[in-house]
Design a protein around this ligand. Structure first.
Ligand SMILES: Nc1nc2c(ncn2[C@@H]2O[C@H](COP(=O)(O)OP(=O)(O)O)[C@@H](O)[C@H]2O)c(=O)[nH]1
Ligand SMILES: [Mg+2]
Length: 350
């Protein structure tokens, strides 16, 4: 799972990336020097999950493994200024494969420029829509030419692209149209505006709020990037003391990571034991059989049954044995739809 961080220059993308990944990343061309170098920072981030910590305490395993999400921070602006189209291609190359976008919006004064989150958001949203529009138009044109030459093209794909063009022309991002954004026929285009998006309002130290209307279906998370970064530079103990003092329960980034996990329609199931306590990532709606396959193809192939306990039951009753006695350990078949937080033991035979 990959999440691309986008935003206008100096919105705080790299700061947010650093906070998310908890380590300072040095990026040539990052910061306030847009267009100079187009490298991308890519890093795997463990998804914070209190349940996993509690399970770990219970089982004292040798190893605890979190679910992971990959974040990509791209340098440079999306805006294609005159003569910068090469940079734009490079940027899009990094962004096309991501599963979702994290759009960072500046809400602090920077270099004497007051914040204007709505305008900033809208202008980048327009860029995204325009980038998709160019692709659709080029493709439609080529299909028309092929048709003229009597060559075959996929009429369904043509109709879908025409609809996409109409939406984009009206300034509507493709993510708002389920038919378009989920169509297998259009998947290969990796349209930016069809990717799910989360907005991250990056506030200054004062935490001042601004009027901001996100488009529908786009969740908004408030963070203070610079403050978070300062906290991260402290030692573990200092961090804890500081958060306690400020009444902050956990780093804001934890919430952001979890929000982006939810946004992708992802849930976790757990496997527990003395060797390892682990969170596994699946899409909502995944069956026990397919969940087994996430662990190993052999377990899927030889699947017999799954022993399932709900996380809440395990915590309430205190142990697996207690759950068994209370009849809370269920035996489920291959078509069982796994719930978030299920603790699973697979019985299989190969
Ligand atoms: N005051 C303030 N400055 C910030 C905040 N986040 C980032 N900055 C500053 O804004 C500038 C641009 O940040 P950066 O993360 O490099 O932006 P990027 O171009 O989007 O990657 C840097 O000088 C940061 O120190 C914030 O929350 N508050
Ligand atoms: Mg940057």
């Amino acid at each position: 799972m990959k999440i691309g961080i986008i935003g206008l220059p100096a919105s705080g993308k790299t700061v947010v990336f650093n906070c998310l990944t908890g380590v300072a990343a040095n990026l040539s061309g990052g910061g306030s020097i847009p267009g100079k170098g187009q490298d991308a920072n890519i890093r795997l981030v463990p998804v914070p999950d209190k349940r996993l910590d509690i399970l770990s305490e219970m089982y004292q395993p040798q190893k605890t493994t979190h679910a992971q999400v990959q974040y990509v921070d791209v340098a440079g602006a999306l805006k294609a200024k005159e003569g910068e189209s090469k940079g734009l291609d490079e940027l899009l190359r990094h962004l096309r494969p991501v599963d979702a976008l994290l759009h960072v919006v500046r809400c602090f004064e920077w270099a004497g420029t007051p914040p204007n989150p709505q305008e900033d958001f809208d202008s980048l949203e327009e860029e995204i829509i325009f980038a998709d529009f160019i692709i659709v138009e080029k493709r439609l044109e080529r299909m028309r030419q092929e048709a003229k030459k009597g060559r075959k093209y996929d009429p369904q794909e043509f109709e879908l692209l025409k609809k996409a063009k109409e939406l984009l022309e009206s300034g509507i991002p493709l993510r708002q149209d389920p038919e378009i954004s989920t169509s297998p026929k259009l998947r290969g285009y990796s349209f930016l505006s069809s990717k799910p998006m989360i907005v991250c309002l990056n506030q200054g130290d004062d935490g001042k709020n601004f009027d901001f209307n996100p488009p529908k279906d786009v969740p908004v998370v408030n963070i203070k990037g610079a403050v978070e970064m300062e906290i991260l530079e402290l030692s573990e103990e200092e961090q804890e003391a500081f958060r306690e003092e400020m009444g902050i329960d956990e780093p804001a980034m934890h919430m952001l990571i979890r929000e982006s996990y939810n946004l992708l329609g992802l849930i976790s199931f757990f496997t527990v034991g003395k060797d390892e306590v682990r969170a596994w990532t699946i899409k909502k709606g995944t069956t026990a059989l397919k969940a087994a396959g996430v662990i190993h193809s052999d377990i899927e192939r030889g699947f017999i049954r799954a022993e399932v306990v709900a996380y809440d039951d395990l915590i309430e009753l205190g142990s697996y044995t207690a759950c068994k006695t209370a009849g809370k350990v269920r035996l489920e078949g291959r078509d069982y739809v796994v719930s978030d937080g299920d603790i699973m033991h697979f019985r299989f035979n190969v």
